[in-house]
Write a protein that binds this ligand. Structure first.
Ligand SMILES: NC(=O)C1=CN([C@@H]2O[C@H](COP(=O)(O)OP(=O)(O)OC[C@H]3O[C@@H](n4cnc5c(N)ncnc54)[C@H](OP(=O)(O)O)[C@@H]3O)[C@@H](O)[C@H]2O)C=CC1
Ligand SMILES: O=C(O)C1=N[C@H](C(=O)O)C[C@H](O)C1
Length: 242
């Protein structure tokens, strides 16, 4: 049984997480939202899980380090500076950051990597995502995770090969680019497709989240797995053993 603290506890993911913690026999150590005492929550927890906002990241990392507890970060919309802060913190405590905690997307990233590696750069890669109307970041963390998988397989840097937010007279597509498109509306929990488009044929690798419990279950699995680990930066691949 793990004592799990939730950062972003009154949010959609916070509620989904609390339900899974309750159903899985773990203990809810407590939860905070904006203005909450992250250090106090960390002291009361064996592991912290963060589904909140990028602006809270540094406080959360400090709290985890202060209490010497692992931190699972599901928050998306992170920038380079956030990743640098995570790398620093991972020297002191175990940290896992992922744009998607589900088993399905973790496996999908492997399939995208495999397809991108086997098909040459004349196969264009586009990543399409759709989420609920409340989502504030784009492209989604998952879309970026899939983009990183494709870029890694092709030995290219994602940031300098991304085509995002096309509008107007964009010119033709750059060879080797990875394109992103984001749709927002309704209550969609998460739809992602990686489309590999070649000459007269096309492969689409897709994942559909039917509800948030898949993310919550993955996050709880990660939280359990992180307790007792050495400091370092960990991935969902390691948690799930895939
Ligand atoms: N990695 C994954 O698998 C998944 C990641 N996500 C990501 O998780 C994040 C949260 O998503 P969701 O639950 O839908 O969003 P919500 O907006 O529903 O919830 C966010 C919560 O975070 C709280 N919050 C805001 N600022 C702070 C702060 N400074 N410190 C602590 N808590 C704070 C909010 O509280 P208040 O209302 O008081 O501001 C709110 O309760 C997003 O980045 C989303 O993309 C979502 C699903 C899966
Ligand atoms: O905000 C969400 O809801 C989700 N966010 C994550 C993302 O940005 O990819 C994961 C999931 O798709 C739901």
């Amino acid at each position: 049984m793990a004592r799990i603290g939730i950062i972003g506890c009154e949010g959609a993911m916070g509620h989904a997480l609390a339900a899974v913690i309750g159903a899985s026999g773990h203990e809810l150590a407590g939860g905070i939202d904006k203005g909450g005492d992250a250090a106090g929550l960390a002291d009361a927890s064996e592991v912290l899980v963060d589904f909140s906002t990028p602006g809270a990241l540094c406080i959360n990392l400090h709290a985890a380090i202060g209490a010497g507890v692992p931190l699972v970060i599901g928050t998306t919309g992170l920038e380079e500076r956030h990743h640098a802060a995570i790398d620093d913190a991972a020297r002191a405590v175990p940290v896992l950051q992922t744009g998607n905690t589900s088993l399905g997307v973790t496996l999908l990233a492997h399939l995208v990597r495999e397809a991108a590696a086997r098909l040459g750069p004349d196969w264009d890669i586009e990543i399409l995502e759709m989420h609920h109307r409340r989502k504030v970041d784009a492209p989604s963390g998952t879309a970026l995770l899939l983009g990183e998988a494709a870029a890694g397989a092709r030995g290219i840097d994602l940031a300098s090969h991304s085509e995002r937010g096309r509008d107007g007279h964009t010119g033709a597509r750059e060879e080797g680019a990875i394109g992103f498109a984001s749709l927002r509306g309704g209550t969609v929990a998460g739809e992602h497709s990686a489309i590999l488009a070649g000459e007269e044929e096309r492969i689409t690798l897709s994942h559909s989240a039917e509800n948030r419990s898949i993310f919550a279950r993955g996050a709880v699995r990660a939280a359990e797995w992180m307790i007792g680990r050495d400091p370092g930066r960990y991935s969902m691949d390691q948690v799930l053993g895939i």
